[in-house]
Design a protein around this ligand. Structure first.
Ligand SMILES: [Zn+2]
Length: 312
């Protein structure tokens, strides 16, 4: 235990084993302890305080240092998870966490190609996301598709949308939840799907705690209420970002992963092709290297960390 290793009372052991101090103290009774005992009590108090602080710190293990936890990621489109948190997801997978990705939409609108169809694009986007997340270590079985049409999340039946996300949270019972940031003080999103995914996820986080929201989930499906202990919101506004994960060691992997979303980049977004020319690929990666935030000389991903749905 950390207590024994790091917060050892600074008295030589032999003082407690030998005939001198301890025996004298036992024989003499409390009133004879005087200054030495008082000092010892203060030290015990100090150690207990340290232990309390240390256990508090233990609860706040760095996100990238978590092991064997369940991580639930909500993403509006199949790629926001990669752009916003791909490096962190790679680190979490490396650390043997179970990472589950929930994709709100099928992304079936984002192409300028006049010969593209929504049905075909949805298939392309699914395959690209599976390849992209696969590179980060997330198996395709861990990707859940809610299947809403691209750009239409605002117009979905909201009670149903919240109920579905609530059921996922109650079923998965994540140690950590990642989602697009609804903003704490500042609503950043003026883009369909992103704002709805952001608000809906946090609404579902709240609903998941109280079983009387969607009580049929408990009564008929056996899903118990669940309080999400820790949340990290990607795409935070710069003013609200309060948590930075160093992704230096996996940054190139993240960029490689992001380029598997081929249809979302030029030239494939204009006229679909399933692959890159070497020149276009280099250009895209160089752009990502330039745009990825850095802190203290390292690539980072920025989050807003929260432990309550109504954090303030
Ligand atoms: Zn998006």
């Amino acid at each position: 235990m950390a207590f024994g290793r790091n917060c050892k009372l600074p008295f030589p052991e032999d003082r407690f084993d030998g005939s001198s101090s301890l025996r004298y103290r036992n024989a003499a009774g409390l009133e004879s302890f005087g200054g030495t005992s008082s000092m010892r009590n203060w030290l015990i108090l100090f150690c207990l305080l340290w232990l309390t602080l240390a256990s508090g710190q233990a609860q706040e293990t760095r996100l990238e240092e978590l092991h064997n936890k369940t991580i639930l990621v909500f993403t509006p489109h199949p790629d926001d998870d990669v752009f916003g948190a791909g490096g962190t997801i790679a680190l979490l997978n490396r650390n043997h966490n179970k990472v589950l990705i929930v994709v709100y939409t099928n992304d079936d609108k984002g192409s300028y190609d006049p010969d593209m169809s929504s049905q075909r694009l949805a298939g392309i986007r699914r395959a690209e996301q599976e390849t992209s997340e696969g590179l980060l270590g997330t198996p395709k079985e861990n990707i859940m598709w809610m299947g809403y049409d691209d750009g239409m999340l605002e117009y979905a039946a909201q009670p149903k949308l919240t109920e579905e996300a609530t059921a996922i949270i109650r079923r998965v019972r994540p140690d950590v939840l990642l989602s697009v940031d609804p903003g704490e003080w500042y609503e950043r999103w003026h883009k369909t799907d992103h704002r709805m995914a952001a608000f809906n996820t946090i609404d579902a986080v709240r609903a998941a705690e109280f079983w009387l929201y969607f009580p049929n989930q408990r009564l008929q499906q056996g899903l118990q209420p669940y309080k999400v202990p820790e949340m990290y919101f990607f795409y935070p506004s710069p003013q609200e970002a309060n948590y930075f994960v160093n992704i230096e060691g996996v940054a190139e992997l993240k960029f490689e992963s992001a380029t598997k979303q081929v249809s979302q980049f030029e030239p494939a977004v204009n006229k679909y092709r399933p692959d890159w020319t070497a020149e276009d690929l280099k250009k895209a990666k160089d752009e990502m290297r330039k745009e990825q935030p850095k802190k203290d000389g390292h690539y980072v991903e920025a989050f807003r960390r929260a432990t309550e749905f109504n954090q303030y």
